[in-house]
Write a protein that binds this ligand. Structure first.
Ligand code: DPP
Ligand code: ZN
Length: 859
């Protein structure tokens, strides 16, 4: 496959200061007339991108071009001789209705919408479709007035009015130069939830959330989240919004979660619509964080964009960091941190350990759509966080202000970004930038030695990053490890050079020795390291079960308390796998249960203590991996855990759920612990448990608990389960977002036959990404025991869905294919089946996006 290389970057030879786009909307034949002012700034050819466009007319400075004046080949339009300054006009026809790839201008539920990142704009008109070409956009839209009463684009509205033939028009102006990937257009009939915001500069901003007719009140939470985001970015980063209008449009058919188009964010409706009866706390939380994420892009992404797509982490890693901080400030910081790390370990560590591993800033890519990965996003965010630990919050904040001041209005690089922190901190960060160039998760080994006579603790820290595709050898990176010396009584021990018993150890060599001098006669302290998960690494320590339990009891960092129990649970699951006859360790199980009880006053945290590492994570430490074996060992531990908490489960669930429902962090925490208890009830697996779950299901007053009951009932065959599945469907059949959940809970816990049956259900819809993911991603990414079953049936059902999806929507198919990324780690039978299926897909011929994944996976 052809790949694009970072080293081949050259600037575009022309600048296009402004552009007028004129859309005449028709479902199957939309006319797009484009008029751009072009100015040569350096030598080079005039080349525009264009894909699937029918060119009706093209002229330069008003003179039509002859066919011999230009060339169209390989999705590029080249005009050989152009003046140094000129106006280019093009007139093309596109077919939005036939656009099933959901990239460019397409139709969802009868309304027009667009998605241009990364390369969708070239499917709308001829244009240098690269992020470093920034222009001022003026847009005019005309359409049938009755069908499309609302016409939206970026910026602020201009003229509007009626036209003959029942049509009308609207104009939009965006004063801020932007790259084409931030262009957006929506047209249709919507209901709107309106509000406004006054910025810290006193500017008034009209806010609107556009949703399906009759759904306006389900947009309230998104609007609250938007206002909170605007305020937070002012307070935390001093950044105000810069236009008089900010609109969000919800669409049902969307490849991503949402898109940060300037002034007109387009969202997957799953991350906009919420009501207390139909949305879970996780939904409310996700809406808040994604609304924040897209809003924060206005400064980190839009005003300062990326020079090229290799710099994707410049906007995404930084913006994920910003949305994580936003959620931490609005909710509980430790709980947020744990959730973020769970996600990182589940998705990014897995990616980093498999054939699709790539650096946060890769050197080459086959298909840009496949670069929207956990590594670019989540590891990208971790690197920013590690930077804050390395240089300190003050230098970080100062560096951010330098970045906003010096790079506003530009298309920038990681080097530009880091130069700001070098200025702010006075430190050379070139070694830190290696993090961006090397794939793989570093492993840090910590060895402790205690010299009683000298009251000295010697720490020997070493690092090693495993080889990844095309990168055998790695250099040491600076790893900032927050550390503390624990006294075992809930406090810290003082040591020379440590403050309140805490410090940051920067491991920047292959190996480093740190001497910790305590006052004479001190008892040996316990070491707390990588507190708050300050660096995205795996830490290996020589601690046995007793040592870890002691550490967990002494820890003062909530993240590390949780992590100690994760390590304990992991080791125990591996032991149970190796000793199938042996029961779970009672002492460990009661320590786990005690930790839950001890933290009940922080229910969201206590709920996280009930979560055992999932099969995907266990995989990463067990090669060859036996998913079914791991799953059953995990279930044995979980059952014992539930038995140890049986009294607490009853006690907690007997209390009423908080009313009236509020999506607040406080109520969500209470429901999280109740949800955890519902989950553990299911883990008991008894007929009584099933009937308790069913009666709780019947009386549940909110979606969080109702869905938790349904999820717990799925693995318990019987009447209770079947009735719950039916009642849930009957109640929610007209709410597609809830029916997505109904599909997902079944696919997430059923067999390959269940997944096949769900994919043949009348409500399964191959053209809707959310619905496809609710079966295919839920099955292949969260139900590994069934997906990787040795008989290969799980692989086959997913391969079939992928093949069908790929014909319509290559980006979606490619994303689903990543579920095969761990195949080389599997036990021989599943491994052979995965290989056969991948080879079959490769031979069948897939889209470029899907082929890029298959080829790398098989490599
Ligand atoms: N840029 C989007 C986001 O991550 C993805 N299209 O916010
Ligand atoms: Zn983003």
């Amino acid at each position: 496959p052809v790949s694009v290389k970072l080293e081949d970057y050259t600037p575009y030879p022309f600048e296009i200061d402004s552009v007028s786009l004129d859309f005449s909307l028709e479902l199957e034949a939309t006319r797009v007339r484009t008029k751009m002012s072009v100015r040569r700034v350096r030598p080079g050819e005039f080349v525009l991108d264009g894909e699937g466009l029918t060119l009706n007319d093209i002229s330069i400075d008003g003179s039509p071009l002859q066919v011999s004046d230009y060339k169209i080949a390989d999705n590029k339009l080249t005009i050989a001789d152009v003046p140094d300054t000129f106006t280019l006009e093009t007139d093309v026809t596109i077919n939005p209705k036939a656009n099933t790839a959901l990239s460019g201008l397409y139709v969802s539920a009868g309304r027009f919408c667009s998605q241009c990142e990364a390369t969708g704009f070239r499917r709308i008109t001829y244009w240098p479709d690269r992020p470093d070409v920034m222009s001022r956009f003026h847009v005019r839209i005309d359409a049938d007035k009755a069908t499309y009463p609302i016409l939206l684009s970026n910026g602020t509205p201009g003229k509007a009015g009626d036209l003959p033939g029942g049509r009308h028009f609207a104009e939009w102006d965006d004063p801020h130069p932007k790259p084409s990937y931030l262009f957006a257009l929506c047209a249709g009939d919507y209901d709107v939830w309106r509000d406004s915001f006054t910025t810290m500069n006193g500017d008034h901003v009209d806010l609107g959330v556009y949703v399906d007719k009759g759904q306006a009140d389900r947009a309230e939470w998104a609007m609250e989240s938007l206002k909170a985001s605007m305020k937070w970015d002012e307070e935390r980063f001093g950044r105000a919004y810069d236009l008089g209008v900010f609109n969000i449009v919800a669409v049902r058919d969307f490849n991503f979660g949402a898109m940060e188009n300037k002034g007109l964010n387009i969202f997957n409706s799953a991350y906009v619509l919420a009501s207390p009866d139909s949305a879970t706390d996780a939904d409310f939380e996700a809406i808040e964080s994604i609304v924040g994420h897209e809003y924060f892009h206005n400064w980190t992404g839009n005003r300062i964009t990326c020079r090229d797509w290799f710099q994707l982490c410049l906007k995404e890693g930084l913006t994920v960091f910003r949305d994580q901080e936003f959620s931490s400030d609005l909710r509980s910081r430790p709980v947020q941190r744990i959730k973020d790390v769970m996600r990182l370990r589940a998705r990014q560590f897995a990616e980093d350990g498999g054939p699709l591993a790539h650096p946060v800033r890769p050197q080459a890519y086959g298909s840009i759509d496949n670069l929207y990965t956990a590594t670019v996003y989540e590891k990208g965010a971790e690197l920013i966080r590690a930077l804050t630990v390395l240089i300190g919050d003050d230098a970080f904040n100062k560096g951010m202000q330098i970045y906003f001041d010096e790079y506003d209005g530009t298309a920038s690089t990681i080097e530009d970004f880091y130069s700001c922190f070098e200025k702010a901190s006075g430190k050379d960060l070139s070694q830190f930038r290696l993090w961006y160039a090397q794939a793989g998760t570093p492993e840090v080994t910590v060895v402790e030695e205690w010299d009683e006579a000298k009251s000295e603790l010697t720490l020997t820290l070493s690092q090693k990053t495993p080889p990844t595709p095309k990168q055998d050898k790695k250099k040491p990176v600076p790893i900032p490890l927050r550390a503390a010396l624990l006294d075992g009584k809930g406090g810290h021990v003082e040591a020379e050079g440590w403050q309140d018993g805490e410090t940051v150890i920067v491991l920047d060599k292959a190996e480093k020795t740190v001497k910790v001098n305590l006052s004479k006669g001190s008892a040996r302290p316990l070491l707390s390291i990588n507190r708050e998960f300050s660096a995205p690494v795996r830490v290996r320590r020589d601690l046995d079960k007793a040592g870890l339990l002691k550490l967990a009891a002494a820890e003062t960092d909530p993240f590390n308390i949780w992590d100690c129990f994760q390590s304990l649970a992991k080791t125990e699951i591996f032991r149970l796998l190796d000793e199938p006859q042996s029961p779970p360790d009672d002492a460990l199980v009661s320590a786990m249960a005690d930790a839950v009880r001890l933290n009940e006053s922080d229910p969201a945290f206590a709920a996280l203590l009930t979560v055992l590492p999932d099969v995907g994570e266990l995989f990463q430490d067990r090669e060859p991996a036996d998913p079914a074996g791991l799953d059953s060992a995990r279930k044995r531990l979980r059952k014992a855990f539930a038995e140890a908490l049986a009294g607490d489960i009853t006690r907690i669930l007997e209390q009423p759920s908080p009313t009236p429902f509020k999506p607040s962090a406080e109520q969500a925490g209470t429901r999280a612990l109740r949800g955890a208890m519902i989950g553990l009830t299911g883990a008991l697996g008894t007929p009584e448990a099933a009937s308790q779950l069913k009666s709780h299901f019947d009386s549940a007053s909110n979606m969080t608990e109702s869905l938790a009951c349904l999820r717990s009932l799925i693995p318990l065959p019987g009447k209770a389960r079947d009735e719950a599945i039916e009642t849930f469907y009957a109640r929610w059949k007209d709410n597609p977002l809830v029916i997505d959940k109904w599909f997902a809970v079944q696919a997430g816990q059923g067999t390959a036959e269940d997944a096949r049956r769900l994919s043949e259900h009348p409500d399964f819809d191959m053209s809707n990404p959310n619905r496809v993911r609710s079966v295919a991603a839920a099955f292949s990414m969260t139900n590994l025991a069934a997906f990787h079953a040795p008989d290969g049936k799980g692989h086959e059902v997913i391969a079939d869905i992928i093949q069908r999806a790929d014909k319509l929507n290559p980006a979606l198919a490619a994303r689903l294919l990543t579920s095969f990324e761990q195949w080389k780690k599997l036990e021989p039978k599943a491994r052979a089946s995965a290989k056969t299926v991948l080879e079959r897909l490769q031979e069948a011929g897939l889209s470029k996006n899907a082929m890029d994944i298959v080829t790398r996976a098989l490599d």
